[in-house]
Design a binder for this molecule. Structure first.
Ligand code: ADP
Length: 328
């Protein structure tokens, strides 16, 4: 059976981008058709300035939102990365296969490093090596497919390269994974700056819809989304990125097609109104389920404990084999 692995980083509250670009497919498709693991990758949250208590809180909240989004622990494995030592164990071995040049070429590193420096902070070494840890996350489980948003495709490519290189040098050890990117909403953009993606790690802003935003907050954010000075509703990502983003969000929420939807609307206002309502409706069941889960913390504890145990048992043989192959 196809092995699928993916994760979310608890660096902030999960967003509509995380849901439409990733979590929704995991729940609707991946967990049913494959042997899937979904992970809250808390080690990755330490690569930038962080408050320890907040990371712990956001890890639990992210896990709860994964379940609220429809992941079923009877069908798939849901766990927290730091509960399974194999990730860090394998990451070191892969650091001995990766090169520093390859790390410095990663687009996300370049962008985030610039941002950290602009803030006057220093860049943590783990920010540079983070794609190796991500490769370890993926390779430890013999993963075939990694369903991610567009922004993560380069990192999955690195995991492939490392797997191939390791296998060539030290003997066949890893399955070579591939990224699968959703057809719609692979990249949900910031409502206030449609040239950058809607990312949870950014400072809370009016351009980001969080999964736990109240309906009125969602409406306000969508209604105030930046559009362009034109009047006609057309779908053109290059020339009209704000409008294209709204059409894509609406299409993703309603199962429509952005280009076709553009023909339905005569004004920006009507498009925004329908988009806002569609987002509110998509979030409603998820928020309800999250509230129920919050009322029963013991349940989540149990799911994460079982998940870690299952994950550990799956990862250990591969990581042990990698240690032996590389000479340990
Ligand atoms: P971030 O910190 O940027 O929110 P994560 O690394 O936690 O991202 O991402 C979890 C999943 O959500 C990944 O598969 C990622 O590709 C996807 N994702 C994140 N932001 C977006 C977005 N704006 N549009 C589409 N997919 C996204």
């Amino acid at each position: 059976m196809t092995r699928v692995f993916s994760g979310v980083k608890p660096t902030g509250h999960l967003t509509l981008g995380n849901y439409l670009g990733a979590m929704r497919q995991w729940a609707a498709e991946d967990q049913h058709r494959s042997d899937a693991l979904f992970c809250v990758v808390d080690l990755h949250a330490l690569t930038v300035d962080h408050d320890p208590a907040r990371v712990r809180r956001l890890s639990r909240q992210s896990a709860s939102l994964l379940l609220a989004a429809g992941l079923d622990p009877e069908l798939c494995t849901v766990f927290v990365q730091s509960h399974v030592d194999e990730h860090a164990r394998l990451s070191y071995v892969l650091e001995c296969v990766a090169t520093d040049g390859e790390m410095r070429r990663m687009i996300q590193y370049k962008e985030k490093a610039v941002r950290e420096r602009e803030r006057g902070g220093s860049v943590r070494l783990s920010l540079l090596t983070y794609p190796v840890l991500m490769a370890a996350d993926i390779l430890a489980y013999g993963t075939d497919e990694v369903p991610v948003g567009d922004d993560q495709a380069q990192h999955v490519e690195l995991a492939r390269d490392l797997a191939v290189r390791f296998n060539q040098r030290y003997g066949h050890t890893f399955v070579v994974p591939r990224a699968t990117v959703p057809k719609v909403a692979a990249r949900v953009m910031n409502l206030q700056d449609p040239t950058s993606k809607m990312g949870k790690s950014d400072d809370a802003g009016p351009g980001i819809v969080y999964l736990l935003d109240e309906p009125d907050t969602v409406r306000k954010k969508v209604m105030r989304a930046v559009t362009d000075s034109g009047r006609e509703v057309v779908y053109d990502r290059q020339a009209r990125p704000g409008l294209a983003n709204l059409l894509e969000i609406l299409a993703a929420c309603t199962g429509g097609n952005p280009a076709e939807l553009s023909g339905v609307y005569e004004s920006y206002g009507a498009l925004k109104k329908d988009t806002a309502e569609a987002v509110v409706e998509v979030l409603r069941p998820l928020q309800k389920r999250h509230k129920e889960l919050c009322a029963d913390p013991g349940y989540l504890e149990g799911v994460l404990r079982d998940g870690a145990e299952r994950a550990r048992a799956m990862a250990r043989p591969t990581v042990d084999a990698a240690y032996r192959a590389i000479g340990l």
